[in-house]
Design a protein around this ligand. Structure first.
Ligand code: NAD
Length: 302
């Protein structure tokens, strides 16, 4: 097989591929160059930069596999891949712990006002009274989506002596019981949680599933974090809830538009923002590269 590595991935994954097949690494390849050369390759490794459009896939006469080192396959035209008999693989399990740890970081940053306190000290201020926080201990964590990441967040929150309630209509009761969590409906989570964390995919059903009506149900000191996908929280409604102090605070790693240019949320003090880095650790990126390399090697071996 001949494989193109079109986005930067961890070197260990590239070394594994090079041991088994012909590998070309070109992580600055342009869309035009990709359309012109993709016919020479049997496999391609991408992250999110390279767009595997219908045009690219239809020009890929020999392509057998598109491997996404990471989770989201929004940059791949799955229908075109299916129609052309091209397998698409990704590595969602590689980032679960990393995203769960980032979520913990954001929960603590909200509870203890870490980001804004950091800015204050760097501005030569000493505003101790302004940064009175709350403990996580004894608080109720509301989890929306109890999959790979949600369950890792719950495990970590147990160590902080939090109590978890979960909304996930697709999670069987016995599995929830084994995980030691209480399943309930969304409104009960919204009304009772002190900290809410979202770990669902972005779908028709979840888009803007947290909007004005849902913010109205939350406790006035509730904090909400979204490390899943932009658009699950209605940002306009979030801005209203935060600016009118309907809730205590929020933290986002993902946005309706990325980067969030001229977004009013960036003007608020009661929100912590990170630039879609929840999956960005050395360990997660190495894991992703190794998993996709293994998939391609397996295909090569038949
Ligand atoms: P997963 O598939 O393991 O879990 C998703 C869970 O959501 C499942 O248990 C499913 O039953 C549940 N669910 C689906 N629809 C629901 C709904 N309408 N209401 C409540 N629950 C619902 O996925 P995961 O690996 O845990 O990832 C969760 C999300 O995190 C994904 O959207 C993924 O794209 C995102 N993510 C973000 C980053 C980042 O960099 N910020 C990195 C990795 C993953």
């Amino acid at each position: 097989m001949k494989v193109l590595v079109a986005d930067a991935i961890n070197e260990d994954g590239i070394a594994m591929l090079k041991n088994e097949m012909d590998v070309v690494v070109n992580t600055t390849i342009s869309p035009e160059e990709l359309v012109a050369t993709i016919k020479d390759f049997d496999g391609i490794v991408v992250r999110s930069r390279t767009k595997m459009t219908k045009e690219v896939i239809e020009a890929a006469d020999n392509l057998k596999i598109i491997a996404r080192a990471g989770v989201g396959v929004d940059n791949i035209d799955i229908d075109a891949a299916t129609e052309n008999g091209v397998m698409v693989v990704n590595s969602p399990e590689s980032t679960s712990i990393t995203v769960a740890e980032h979520t913990m970081g954001l929960l603590l940053a909200m509870a203890r006002k870490i980001a804004i306190a950091d800015k204050s000290v760097k501005d030569n201020k000493w505003e101790k009274k302004k940064f009175m926080g709350v403990e996580l201990r004894g608080k109720t964590l509301g989890v929306i989506g109890m999959g790979r990441i949600g369950s890792q967040v719950v495990n970590r929150c147990k160590a902080f002596e939090m109590d978890a309630i979960v909304y996930d209509p697709y999670l069987p009761d016995d599995v929830a019981e084994q995980m030691g969590v209480r399943l309930t409906d969304l409104n009960t989570v919204l009304k009772n949680a002190d900290f809410i964390t979202i770990h669902v995919p972005l779908t028709e059903e979840t888009k803007h599933s947290i909007s004005d009506e849902q913010f109205d149900l939350m406790k006035e000191n509730a904090f909400i974090v979204n490390c899943a996908r932009g658009g699950i929280i209605d940002e306009e409604a979030l801005y209203t809830a935060l600016s009118e102090n309907k809730i205590g605070g929020a933290a986002l790693d993902v946005y309706e538009n990325e980067p969030p240019k001229d977004n009013k949320l960036t003007t608020l003090d009661n929100i912590v923002l990170t630039p879609h880095i929840a999956a960005s650790t050395k360990e997660a990126q190495k894991g992703a590269a190794i998993i996709v390399a293994e998939e391609i090697i397996d295909l090569n071996k038949g």
